[in-house]
Design a protein around this ligand. Sequence first.
Ligand SMILES: O=P(O)(O)OC[C@@H](O)[C@@H](O)c1c[nH]c2ccccc12
Length: 397
Amino acid sequence: MEAVMSFRATSRVSFQAVSSLNNRPKFTSSGMSLPISRTLMVEQKCRIRAQQSDSKDGSATLSTVGDSEGDALKIKEWEVARLQDEIAASQGIRIRRRPPTGPPLHYVGPFEFPLQNEGNTPCNILEEIVWNKDVEVSQRKERRPLSVLKKALENAPPARDFIGALREANLRTGLPGLIAEVKKASPSRGVLRENFDPVEIARAYEKGGAACLSVLTDEKYFQGSFENLEAIRSAGIKCPLLCKEFIIDAWQIYYARSKGADAILLIAAVLPDLDIRYMTQICKMLGLAALVEVHDEREMDRVLGIDGIELIGINNRDLGTFEVDISNTKKLLEGERGEMIRQKDIIVVGESGLFTPADIAYVQQAGVKAVLVGESIVKQSDPTKGITGLFGKDISF
Ligand SMILES: O=P(O)(O)OC[C@@H](O)[C@@H](O)c1c[nH]c2ccccc12
């Protein structure tokens, strides 16, 4: 990093390259504290120069502090993150992994620095969740580094065959295999079930004929937890478990496995192709299934271009707007896409907004071999009966 830039000055403004836990630049009450990429530095230089001419004696001072090797590394990391956002954007991904940083819009200091900060507000709920997740994961990682986590895997219960269970259920019932979701609340629906006992719900689902379960682990937006996942696994539930989490870092995959997950979710609206490739490899290594979730044609085409994908979820809910439309499943399975999916023997899961036997028949007709259902069954006082109602018949063993 450039050492100290100094212009003769009447006032002095210090930029400190400090990063927060998640390497995200921070704004502290004691002053400005932000990592500065070279580009930004150049911009700032220009702005200072512009302001210089406004000042009485035509001068200003700008100095950088904290230019240790560690800080330089953090700045590099930040620059890499911005680059990753650019790559993601080129793949049509609107969700940025972190806020693009910069001081608050109306900062008033010795100088007013109109740094780039538009877009420091999340563009939608999915982006907000991802930004929060980034902070959460950084904190969790500090407590349990990957090396420690890898050791913990030795004591984790063995991974079970998630995809095999879906295929089996589909053959057994002639209906889509059910992934029944243990979900207390969601940002779109609020609290779905007040009296929420995750193990009791999981047992009821299993009894009702669910092939697999999906367990929400996000705390902030879904009131889920890894404790719920762990509890369901250690209660002796046989159904393989999907850890329903917003995965943005490979560390989370190891963590999910250590808590007893048999499958994890990868959201194409959040993850660039390279991440999906890398993360599915990790899943294979750990014996986990990866459910890769798409919502539109572009995401579907990206995912179909990645080798080794075995399970694709079509979400009928737009995670940005919460809009639900079950014809989305049909739309994404029409024509060549459907053909390719059959050729590759990929299992497709119809996700969200499924309430009635007619809904199930509709997505099955469209080509799904499995469905992921939460709200319509978790809300029932007896979730076992909820499953029978959803399929219009008893699908239990
Ligand atoms: O409750 P529903 O409408 O039946 O939806 C279940 C599931 O598809 C939904 O919870 C979901 C699909 N993809 C997600 C990604 C994150 C969180 C939640 C989800």
